[in-house]
Write a protein that binds this ligand. Structure first.
Ligand SMILES: Cc1ncc(COP(=O)(O)O)c(C=O)c1O
Ligand SMILES: N[C@@H](CCOP(=O)(O)O)C(=O)O
Length: 464
């Protein structure tokens, strides 16, 4: 299986290389050259298979021969040891047409653990025997960084730099990143928003001098390895609901559009499903799909803090597909966006995008109301991100047919948003019990490339 860049200026490469590069050298994102397929029989069988078996098979389809099959299997098996639920991603029915897919039973209590734990094992395998060190860069609005620190702290051949927006992640998320005492981890708190952090990470990835003597990659969802690890739960959930004979609608709380794009991939592989991206009031994606103009504006702080994103990286993958994989058009679009901060979508392109995904924006009042409703109606304490998805999903469930809201984080990561609505603190799961104490380690920087590069070079230079 080869991987091509959405911008067409990089040589096709393997899964292993895409994993160890993060982004293509031409500034594009890697995509499989063709979509592997799941047959109707595969989908029927999937409903009865353990999650880790399904995950191993799907990862194997994407990894091809570039990683040893035993490493792919070990990556999937990692979930058994690190998740606190036997089903890994349990599907829970709330109403006749409404389900939640619980994705927060991992070691940092957010859906990022599903792919990140597997990436740590695959990254080890990809580096084995090379004698190379890998510098991993991560922009986070809270959860990716926590999952990455958990997965890579202490890793022998890896350095990890995590950039989060100063004071714009929850205190629990911040402590998950900053209280881990590992010499290979650097936390940078950036005076800015998540989009600034993501811009800095992409700029650092483009700095070729850093690559002298080491590999440099990212564990954000710009890395194909992350998306590959997020596809299995769509397959598992759709199969459990009766695919291929049933077409569930998945409502995905969305920030960087990685999770939703993993659903798009499942559909490209043959899973019948419909995608609805639910965003908070940071609605660049919803404005693009609903009004035809993709425009960057400053991110507004919300209760669903991890979705405070206004330049979702994976929109590039969606656009690449909607143009019929036209790399020149994709490059032109994102160069214009980088220069002007806005691009109007031509009517045929907009129609193609709308055929792939719909988007709704849920405001802060509805988010709070949904947290209250979930407790009153179902006895469930939900996080604000889940609330954004569930608010949209409940509307859709009234129309008939199965609707699944993705529940992406445990509410105990966001007590400051949940407790004022419910009047009590969310119960703390085992995964979060250990992070209350401990000294925090973080360096505050401006949203400035030189400052970020200096800090990252110091981390990389300090390594053996
Ligand atoms: C809890 C939670 N829900 C939803 C999202 C949005 O996911 P994505 O960025 O893949 O759209 C994030 C951040 O990634 C998150 O941390
Ligand atoms: N919401 C994310 C932002 C980064 O998203 P990613 O999926 O591209 O890693 C976070 O919590 O960090």
């Amino acid at each position: 299986m080869n991987y091509v860049s959405t911008r067409g200026g990089a040589a096709p490469t393997t899964f292993r290389d895409a994993l160890l590069r993060g982004m293509a050298p031409d500034g594009g994102l890697y995509m499989p050259a063709r979509w592997p397929t799941l047959s109707a029989g595969d989908l029927r069988a999937a409903a009865a298979r353990p999650y880790v078996d399904l995950a191993a098979d799907i990862l194997g389809l994407f990894a091809g021969e570039s990683l040893p099959p035993a490493a792919v299997r070990a990556a999937a098996d990692r979930l058994t040891g690190t998740f606190h639920h036997a089903a890994i991603t349990p599907l829970v029915q709330l109403e006749p047409n409404l389900w939640v897919l619980e994705l927060f039973h991992g070691p940092t209590a957010a859906f990022k653990d599903l792919a990140m734990q597997m990436m740590a094992v695959m990254t080890d395998a990809a580096l084995e025997g090379t004698g190379q060190r890998l510098l991993l860069l991560t922009a986070t609005s809270g959860d990716t960084g926590a999952a990455a620190v958990r997965a890579f702290a202490g890793a022998e051949s890896v350095d990890l730099a995590v950039l989060h927006p100063l004071d714009r992640v929850s205190p629990v998320q911040r402590r998950q990143m900053t209280t881990v005492d590992a010499p290979n981890v650097l936390n940078l708190a950036v005076r800015g928003d998540f989009d600034d952090c993501q811009r800095l990470v992409k700029a650092i990835l483009a700095d070729e001098t850093l690559r002298e003597g080491r590999r440099v990659s990212s564990v954000n969802s710009i890395n194909w390895g992350r998306l590959a690890g997020q596809v299995p739960y769509y397959v598992a959930a759709a199969s459990a609901l009766g695919a291929p004979h049933v077409t569930p609608r998945f409502v995905v709380p969305t920030g960087n559009f990685g999770d939703a794009f993993a659903g798009w991939v499942a559909r490209a592989m043959g899973v019948p499903l419909t995608l609805i991206a639910a965003v908070n009031r940071n609605d660049a994606l919803a404005r693009a799909l609903n009004h035809g103009r993709y425009e960057r504006t400053a991110a507004n702080p919300t209760a669903s803090v991890s979705m405070d994103v206004q330049a979702p990286s994976n929109f590039e993958r969606l656009l690449f597909e909607a143009t019929g994989r036209d790399a020149d058009a994709t490059r032109g679009f994102f160069e214009t966006f980088a220069r002007d901060g806005a691009v109007d979508l031509a009517p045929d392109l907009l129609a193609a995008l709308r055929a792939d995904a719909a988007a709704v924006s849920i405001d802060e009042d509805r988010t709070r109301a949904e947290i209250a409703h979930a407790w009153k109606a179902y006895g469930r304490v939900i996080c604000p991100h889940t609330a954004v998805a569930l608010a949209a999903a409940r509307d859709m469930a009234r129309e008939g047919g199965p609707v699944v809201a993705l529940s992406t984080a445990h509410p105990a990561k966001f007590p400051e948003s949940v407790a004022p609505v419910l009047g009590f603190e969310p119960p703390v799961p085992p995964a979060l019990a250990a992070i209350t104490g401990g000294k925090e380690r973080l360096t505050v920087i401006d949203a400035d490339l030189d400052q970020a590069l200096d800090a990252v070079k110091a981390l990389a230079g300090a390594s053996p």
